[in-house]
Each structure stands twice: as structure tokens, then as C-alpha cells.
Design a protein around this ligand. Structure first.
Ligand code: SF4
Length: 222
């Protein structure tokens, strides 16, 4: 199986990897290497529970759609939304199989502390941009659900955030078409990176973990 089965379309979920570390994204999505650590395993478990095979249910006046497949021809991305809430609204859009009009509100589920200034917000925004293109509508905001804190944080989908998403995707498409993997630049984020052993095969022979982390901190400060 390849990471991307849709020609030159990129996976939406890669935006968060890319925001975390360009090299990590390229190792997974360009070189198609993958390695689990407990952070990603927990994340998968959470997503499996949310993604219930395109399931839609009604709670009061709100429709909940889990794992809705989405794509954007203009951004050349594809993937799925953890949850799309649909409120009955005159200003909404028609939904197949349902009467009336519905306002779309994407919710992205994250374990731990989501990077609201970076990857998590960008992924949510990219999902909203796909929905906007598919349903010809405007989605001014969405939310990130933080599982460990059982709370949702509203994210305004500003023009600046949208520009950030477009520019990241442009760079990702550029790397993807060239098969390019950026070089390793050590940083504190490496500590929790699921690709550390693949990214840094010298890690095992480079001495103790303590020495490695000391080097990380030193190089990050340079
Ligand atoms: S170990 Fe560090 S540089 Fe390598 S992919 Fe992970 S975050 Fe990026």
C-alpha cells in the first residue's frame, strides 16, 4: 500500500506532520517509511474511534458525520474529517438524503496538547477548505477537540491561516514531485518524534541518550 493512492494528491493528515517537521513529513509521505511510537499509536486509536466508517447520526437538530471523505481539486489534497457537525440553517447548504439546509462545522480530534498555532489548526483549516470547495459554502470557523482535556477549542479560519495552509501545501507538492527529503536539523521536537530511529540511524551508536539530547539542545541554540 502506498501512502498516497490518488496520483499527485497529498494526504490531508500530512499537513500536521509537515508543520511539526518537514523532514518527518517527507520520510512518511515521500519515502513512505513509517514507525509507531506511543504518541502515534494513541492518536491512531483515538482516530479509529472517531472514524466510524462514514457514520452519520442525529443529535437534536444537529447531524454528526464521522470520517467524511473530503478532497480539493484546487489544493490537490484528499483525506477525511474526524467529525463534521451539521446544524440546520437557512444559510446552509443542501445535504444528500436530508431535507433542508445545513451549516457545516468541522471538528478535528487530537490526543494530548494540540499545536493550535501550527499543525492542528492548519489541518482543520485544510479540511474546511476542502468542504468549502465540495459544498460551495463558507466555513468561518471549526474546532479542535483535545481528548486529554475533554474540551474543544474554537479555531477561526482566518485569511492568514488559509494562506499558511496554501503555502505549506505548495511546498509539500514541490518536495513530493521532486522526491525530495529535507536534511535532518535537530531540535527539541525530535525527543517525541515517531521517526527518530529512521531519521537518525546514528542515534544508537552515537553514545547515550543523554549525550544525544545534550547535542540536540546545543545545536538548537546555535
Ligand atoms: S527526528 Fe527530528 S529532524 Fe528527524 S524527522 Fe523527527 S523531528 Fe524531524
Amino acid at each position: 500500500m502506498t501512502v498516497n493512492d490518488d496520483g499527485d494528491f497529498l494526504l490531508l493528515s500530512g499537513i500536521e506532520h509537515f508543520a511539526f517537521c518537514r523532514r518527518q513529513w517527507a520520510l512518511i509521505h515521500v519515502e513512505q517509511q513509517w514507525q509507531e511510537n506511543f504518541l502515534t499509536q494513541e492518536g491512531h486509536y483515538l482516530h479509529e474511534r472517531v472514524h466510524d466508517a462514514g457514520f452519520t447520526e442525529k443529535r437534536g437538530s444537529v447531524l454528526l458525520s464521522r470520517g467524511m471523505p473530503v478532497r480539493s481539486e484546487s489544493l490537490r489534497v484528499t483525506g477525511s474529517c474526524d467529525m463534521v457537525e451539521m446544524d440546520a440553517s437557512e444559510n446552509g447548504v443542501p445535504i444528500q438524503g436530508r431535507e433542508g439546509r445545513w451549516r457545516l462545522y468541522p471538528v478535528e480530534y487530537k490526543r494530548g496538547k494540540p499545536d493550535l498555532a501550527g499543525g492542528a489548526a492548519m489541518q482543520l483549516c485544510a479540511e474546511a477548505m476542502c468542504l468549502e470547495e465540495m459544498f460551495v459554502t463558507d466555513i468561518p470557523e471549526g474546532a479542535v477537540y483535545c481528548a486529554s482535556e475533554h474540551r474543544r477549542i474554537v479555531i477561526e479560519l482566518t485569511p492568514e491561516l488559509r494562506d499558511k495552509v496554501r503555502s505549506a501545501l505548495e511546498e509539500m507538492h514541490n518536495y513530493f514531485s521532486r522526491g525530495y527529503t529535507p536534511k535532518c536539523k535537530m531540535k527539541s521536537a525530535c525527543k517525541s518524534c515517531s521517526m527518530l530511529d529512521i531519521c537518525r540511524p546514528d542515534f544508537q551508536s552515537a553514545g547515550s541518550a543523554k549525550m544525544y539530547m545534550e547535542r540536540l539542545i546545543r545545536e538548537e541554540g546555535e
